[in-house]
Design a protein around this ligand. Structure first.
Ligand code: PLP
Length: 426
C-alpha cells in the first residue's frame, strides 16, 4: 500500500495533480487512484499484482479485453517495420476502406490521433462547409476538450453558451448553443431563432459521458430533420458508441444517417487513434482538396493502425455483438435484481456493450438534470466497496461502464456475488 501511495506522491511532484487526464485522479469519489501495471482479458493488475475485474476497459477501447494476443501480435509485427514514416502507408488505406465499409455514411474518412482532434476537425469542417459559425450541442454530452465544446448553457434556455473551463474566450463560447438532451422542442425553437447561422449539431447518439443515457424515441430522427430543413451539418460523435453499441455504431442501431461521424476509442484498439468522416461533398472541403486546414504528424501511424485493424477484425466475428449484448444484459440484470432485493433504489441504462447504473428512485434517467440528481454518496460507497473486493468501475458517477468480449460468466457471476454483499452494507 505504501508503495502505491508513494507513487501517487511522486507523480504529483512532476505531473499536475499526478495524472495525465483529470478523471483518473479519483476526485469525484475521493481517495487515491490505483496504479496498474498490466492487463489480461477482463482483468487489470495493480502494482501489487492484485487482479481487478475491469469495467472501464481503458474508457472503452478495449472491447476485446486487455492484451488480446491477435492485437498484440499485429502491433509487434508493425513495430518491427518501423514506428512511423509521416508518409502514406498501405495499412492506412486498409483502415480507411474498413471504416467506410463498416460505417456506410462515411464516403471519405481522415485519421487523427484523439477523439478531441476528430470533433474539433469535424466542427471546423462543418463551419467551413456551411460558412456559418454557430454550433449546437447538448448538456452532458462530452466531445473532447476543444474550445467550442467546453461550453454550458447560459442563464436563459436559449441564451448563448458560457465556457466551462478557464482559458476559453467568451467570443468562442458564445457561438455554441447548449440545450437539454432528448428535448427536441427546444432544438426546433433554437433553429427557428438561429437556424440560418447554425453550422452543425453535434450529438452523442447514445450519451456516454453523463453516465449512459439513451436517445428518446424520435430524438435523433428529429435532429436529422431539422438539420435537413436548415442545411446544417448533423455530426454524430461516435467516439464512444462507434463499434461499441453495434458494429455500425449508433447510427446503424437507430437507423439515422449523419452527415459527419467522429470515431475514436475502439477504432485504435487501445492506441491513440481517432477518425472523422462522412459525405464526400463535405469531406472534399479538407486540405489538400479544399480550403479547410487539418493535419497531423502522427495521423494514420502504422503501429496504431495495426492495433485498430486487429481489433476491428475481431469484432466482425459472427455473433460478436449478440454475445457482447447478452453478457452486458446479464451483468446489468443481475445487479438490478440484487439491488432491489437489498432495498437499494437503482436503475440502469444499457445498449450493446455499454451500460450505466444510477442510484435513484426515478424510474428512468433520460437527461443531464436527472443524471446529476442521483445519490452520489451511495455511488461513492458502491465504487469504493466494489474496488476493495476487486471490481473496478469508473471512478465517477458520470461515466458509462463497459463490458468486453473477454468478460465471461465467471467474471459476471463474481461481480454479482460481490455486489450482493456490497448492496447489503451501503
Ligand atoms: C472520449 C470521447 C471524446 C474525446 O476523445 P479523446 O480521445 O479523449 O480526446 C470525444 N467524444 C466522445 C463521445 C468521447 O466519449
Amino acid at each position: 500500500m505504501d508503495h502505491i501511495n508513494n507513487l501517487f506522491q511522486q507523480a504529483q511532484n512532476y505531473i499536475p495533480g499526478g495524472v495525465n487526464s483529470p478523471v483518473r485522479a479519483f476526485k469525484s469519489v475521493g481517495g487515491d487512484p490505483i496504479f496498474f501495471t498490466h492487463g489480461k482479458g477482463p482483468y487489470l493488475y495493480d502494482v501489487n499484482d492484485r487482479p481487478y475485474v475491469d469495467y472501464v476497459c481503458s474508457w472503452g477501447p478495449l472491447i476485446v479485453g486487455h492484451a488480446h494476443p491477435e492485437v498484440i501480435d499485429s502491433v509487434q509485427r508493425a513495430a518491427e517495420q518501423g514506428l512511423g514514416f509521416g508518409a502514406p502507408t498501405p495499412i492506412e488505406v486498409t483502415m480507411a476502406e474498413t471504416l467506410c465499409r463498416l460505417v456506410p455514411s462515411m464516403d471519405l474518412v481522415r485519421m487523427v490521433s484523439s477523439g478531441t482532434e476528430a470533433t474539433m476537425s469535424a466542427i471546423r469542417l462543418a463551419r467551413g462547409f456551411t460558412k456559418r459559425d454557430k454550433i449546437l450541442k447538448f448538456e452532458g454530452c462530452y466531445h473532447g476538450h476543444g474550445d467550442s465544446l467546453l461550453v454550458k448553457a447560459g442563464s436563459g434556455a436559449l441564451t448563448l453558451g458560457v465556457p466551462t473551463s478557464g482559458g476559453i474566450p467568451a467570443v468562442i463560447a458564445e457561438q455554441t448553443i447548449v440545450l437539454p438532451y432528448n428535448d427536441l422542442e427546444t432544438v426546433q425553437k433554437a433553429f427557428r431563432q438561429f437556424g440560418n447561422d447554425i453550422a452543425a449539431v453535434i450529438v452523442e447518439p447514445v450519451a456516454g459521458n453523463m453516465n449512459c443515457i439513451l436517445p428518446s424515441l424520435g430524438f435523433l430522427a428529429g435532429l436529422r430533420k431539422v438539420c435537413d430543413d436548415y442545411d446544417s451539418v448533423l455530426i454524430f460523435d461516435e467516439v464512444m458508441t462507434g463499434f461499441r453499441v453495434a458494429l455500425g455504431g449508433a447510427q446503424s442501431l437507430y437507423n439515422i444517417t449523419p452527415d459527419l461521424t467522429t470515431l475514436g476509442k475502439i477504432v485504435g484498439g487501445g492506441l491513440p487513434v481517432a477518425a472523422f468522416g462522412g459525405k464526400k461533398e463535405i469531406m472534399e472541403m479538407i486540405a489538400p482538396l479544399g480550403p479547410v486546414y487539418q493535419a497531423g504528424t502522427l495521423s494514420g501511424n502504422p503501429v496504431a493502425m495495426a492495433a485498430g485493424l486487429a481489433t476491428l477484425k475481431l469484432i466482425q466475428a459472427p455473433d460478436f455483438y449478440k454475445n457482447l449484448t447478452n453478457q452486458t444484459q446479464k451483468l446489468v440484470q443481475g445487479l438490478l435484481t440484487r439491488a432491489e432485493a437489498a432495498g437499494i433504489h437503482m436503475t440502469a441504462n444499457q445498449v450493446g456493450g455499454m451500460f450505466g447504473l444510477f442510484f435513484t428512485d426515478q424510474k428512468e434517467v433520460t437527461n443531464y438534470h436527472q443524471a446529476t440528481h442521483c445519490n452520489s454518496d451511495r455511488f461513492k460507497s458502491f465504487f469504493h466497496e466494489m474496488l476493495k473486493e476487486g471490481i473496478y468501475f469508473a471512478p465517477s458517477a458520470f461515466e458509462a461502464s463497459f463490458v468486453s468480449s473477454a468478460h465471461g460468466d465467471k467474471e459476471i457471476e463474481a461481480t454479482h456475488l460481490i455486489a450482493e454483499k456490497v448492496f447489503s452494507r451501503i
